[in-house]
Design a protein around this ligand. Structure first.
Ligand SMILES: [Ca+2]
Length: 323
């Protein structure tokens, strides 16, 4: 009797809790899209040819732990050839970049640096169909709510007609175009600078640069300030004291100066009444920085300190050559 009950319970629960197939799951997504008000025609076009992308799940599961040092990361992400390329590209697009810098009050060197770090200046934008990648990652289930939200944002992009379904491509994680925006960021920040009715972050440079600038501006960028600087520590600072100082968000440059912090060159810090936070990406033996509000904006773009430093470093290399 007891065995029979167990068998019945087992059969019952496996019908209720069995994971749907990808096809069944896709149908559920379509039903939800319809309930959200998307038309049958749009849904059919968007989901046409959808496939389960094993590589997206593999990539998502295998994101490398941070094992390399910041020095190694910078050497890989911002080698000298990339700096040279950034400067050349800046010059080639100077007229357009100047207009966008003025329009958004965001320095163009940061736009170029983000563009270079995200897609190697538009050359690497990803070949995954966005709908398939996001549906696969939602189905995989570890961050279902997040990827479903991105999937419905992706439908909205198609509905608005910014890109055709067959050219709707991105990274395995759904980061799209030359600025590598997730669909939700696209809806918030993509910008039609050439005013042709399409926010084209895949193929139109004016839209790409303006979308990057629009993101920064809306996330608090101050065009009259920079991001921060690499600093030299006072003599004899130990790791524990520094870790404590890095949690203090209230100090101004003057106060850091009084504590003995200096520019990396050894010169005095700028005599400005500006709040600055200490960041220590590796430890006290590695590179250490005092950063301003604009760096927090870069952290909203990507939470990795290494990423923020790489973008800032490239932006500075562009600046020093320009001047
Ligand atoms: Ca456009």
């Amino acid at each position: 009797m007891r065995a029979l009950v167990l068998i019945i319970v087992f059969l019952f629960s496996s019908t209720i809790f069995a994971k749907p197939t990808f096809e069944e799951y896709t149908q559920q997504l379509k039903d939800e899209a319809k309930a959200l008000g998307y038309s049958d025609a749009l849904i059919e076009r968007a989901f046409d040819g959808i496939t389960y992308r094993k590589r997206a799940v593999r990539a998502d599961k295998n994101q490398p732990e941070r094992k390399i040092t910041l020095d190694d990361y910078l050497a890989t992400r911002v080698p000298d050839w990339k700096v040279k390329q950034a400067i050349d590209i800046y010059q080639e697009n100077k007229e357009l970049l100047d207009r966008i810098e003025k329009h958004f009050n965001v320095q163009a060197r940061f736009i170029v640096a983000l563009w270079g770090n995200e897609s190697n200046f538009g050359k690497i934008t990803g070949k995954f169909p966005v709908i398939s990648a996001l549906a696969t990652l939602a189905y995989d289930g570890r961050r279902e709510a997040l990827f479903k939200k991105e999937l419905f944002s992706a439908l909205q992009i198609l509905k608005e007609g910014h890109i055709s379904p067959d050219a709707f491509l991105g990274s395995w994680a759904g980061a799209m175009g030359q600025s590598q925006f997730l669909p939700s960021s696209f809806l918030n920040y993509a910008y039609d600078f050439d005013q042709d009715g399409k926010k084209d972050i895949w193929g139109n440079k004016a839209d790409v640069f303006a979308s990057i600038a629009n993101y920064l501006k809306n996330e608090g960028w101050d065009g009259s300030a920079t991001w921060g600087r690499q600093v030299r520590l006072p003599n004899g600072q130990d790791g524990a004291t520094l870790a404590g100082l890095s949690k203090d968000k209230s100090k101004t440059l003057q106060q850091w100066q009084t504590l003995g912090f200096r520019k990396h060159s050894g010169a005095d810090l700028p005599a400005r009444n500006l709040k600055a936070n200490l960041i220590i990406p590796d430890d006290e033996n590695g590179r250490v920085y005092l950063v301003y509000n604009n760096f927090q904006t870069l952290m909203r773009w990507n939470r990795s300190l290494y990423f923020g430093v790489a973008v800032s470093y490239l932006a500075d290399r562009i600046k020093f050559v320009r001047e």
